[in-house]
Design a protein around this ligand. Structure first.
Ligand code: 4AD
Ligand code: MG
Length: 430
């Protein structure tokens, strides 16, 4: 008999098929048992009628506990009122294992309880839907950059130096030397952009952030494009097009999952280019107009970002931040060197910064000067400085935080549900 995935069950109406999976839930009314079965791709209700199956099969159905593994055979029927739109009239059940008492039941559990059991929690419908949306965003990202002739270049994870400041580095031994887990692939993408023109990397990045917020993970994934001959405005154009594409693909291919998690889909449907672009100065003005005591030159905190973004119904770019609060590599504005040609993209609904990026310094003397000002060891950055020695050109790029984007698109309260196994200040298990 044909073994099928529930995702494709609609192609088998009227046929007898075999499904391999787990018992998600069960209801019984004496002579009929309703088994909700999941196989990783979807759910289906299996109906076991006492009068129509052998005694053994009915007993097997009865013995099934939540998450027991099984092979079930039956005839597929269209049933619009059922979970998946189909039902299975069960003819046979093969029990693989009767699961021990399952710790996650349909009742409410505390978040720490669930995070301790993340390896099991992933099987729950809502978590399952979030991971499929994450997968869609990754797929769409690759498609977007592939379609535009970007070359995927993998950045190393063990690195000799910092990108985003030395205070958040994870240090590890590297034989007789030291190495750090990558905070960003950017510097390597700058080298790659000079070799290929348009590149991107997609990989895990690490920040030893001693902050316990709903927006920070110690390990997160970033998509980092880098383009030769691109300026700060073109960089924002690219981000806008990319973010709109991500939203469109999720709306097109993962609408059911958005519904499963209860996302207000109209909020996503409303996202359309162009996104407003305001300067840091204008953003500070918004804070002042709303009674926030904020000093020009400081960095925005999460509540500031939320307030600024709340004034717009689209994601908003904030550009030209003060040079002093940004990383060493940002190109200063030629008309106003106290600010840089960089931008952050702030998502609506209080999700804050999802992208950071900008124009990089391409001048040899200036990059050397900045490394000194930031007390960064020249020998570790010699190769990076070389890029300004051999055919330097203006270039820009950005990094989109995958988990921040997943959180926003899914409407999640915390980043921990946007990644399969979250690494947080107080958590490295499971
Ligand atoms: O703004 P960041 O630090 O920029 C960079 O790392 C650049 N080198 C990227 C580039 O230009 N190639 O980080 C970029 C994005 C942020 O906007 C945010 O979405 C995410 O990465 N991010 C984090 N996500 C989860 N947890 C953290 N601790 C994060 N730190 C940054
Ligand atoms: Mg940033």
């Amino acid at each position: 008999m044909k073994s099928v995935y529930l995702k494709h069950i609609g192609e088998h109406v009227g046929e007898e098929v075999e499904i391999r999976g787990w018992l998600y839930n069960k209801r019984s009314s004496g002579k009929i048992q309703f088994l909700i079965i999941r196989d990783g791709t979807d759910l289906i209700q299996g109906v076991v009628v006492k009068a129509e199956v052998s005694e053994e099969v009915f007993a097997a159905a009865k013995s099934l506990t939540q998450e027991s593994s099984l092979i079930v055979r039956g005839i597929v029927r269209a049933e619009p009122r059922s979970v998946s739109g189909y039902e299975l009239t069960v003819t046979d059940i093969e029990v693989l294992q009767i699961a021990e008492e399952y710790p996650i039941t349909p009742k409410e559990h505390g978040i720490e309880y669930l995070m301790d059991r993340r390896h099991l929690w992933l099987r729950s419908q809502k978590q399952h839907a979030i991971m499929l949306i994450r997968n869609e965003i990754i797929k769409a990202s690759r498609q977007f950059f592939d379609d535009r002739d970007f070359v995927l270049v993998d950045a190393p994870i063990l690195t000799p130096a910092s990108v985003e400041g030395t205070s958040t580095l994870f240090e590890t031994d590297y034989f007789d030397d030291k190495a750090y887990l990558s905070q960003s692939g950017q510097l390597y993408m700058e080298a790659a952009a000079m070799a290929f023109g348009k590149v991107y990397c997609f990989g895990p990045t690490f920040r030893a952030e001693k902050s316990k917020t709903r927006r920070h993970l110690m390990e997160f994934w970033m998509i980092e494009p880098e383009v030769a001959f691109l300026d700060v405005d073109g960089n924002m154009d690219l981000q806008e097009e990319y973010v709109c594409y991500l939203i469109q693909q999720v709306l097109k291919n993962r609408r059911k999952e958005l519904e499963t998690i209860g996302r207000d889909i109209s909020k996503l449907e409303a996202i359309k280019a162009p996104f407003p672009r305001i300067s840091y100065d204008e953003a500070v003005q918004i804070l002042h107009d709303n009674g926030v005591d904020f000093t020009w030159g400081d960095d925005f905190g999460a509540p500031d970002e939320t307030l600024i973004a709340s004034k717009f119904d689209q994601p908003v770019f904030v550009h030209r931040y003060p040079t002093d609060i940004k990383a060493f590599y940002f190109q200063p504005d030629p008309n106003r060197p106290e600010v840089v040609l960089g931008s952050d993209l702030l998502a609506p609904e209080g999700y804050g910064e999802i992208i950071g990026g900008g124009e990089r310094i391409h001048d040899l003397d200036l990059i050397e000067q900045r490394l000194q000002e930031h007390n960064l060891p020249a020998e570790q950055y010699a190769w990076y400085v070389d890029l300004r020695r051999y055919g330097t050109v203006p270039h820009s790029g950005f990094g989109l935080g995958l988990e921040r984007t997943v959180s926003w698109i899914c409407g999640l309260p915390h980043l921990r549900e946007a990644v399969p196994f979250a690494r947080m200040l107080n958590r490295i298990y499971p």
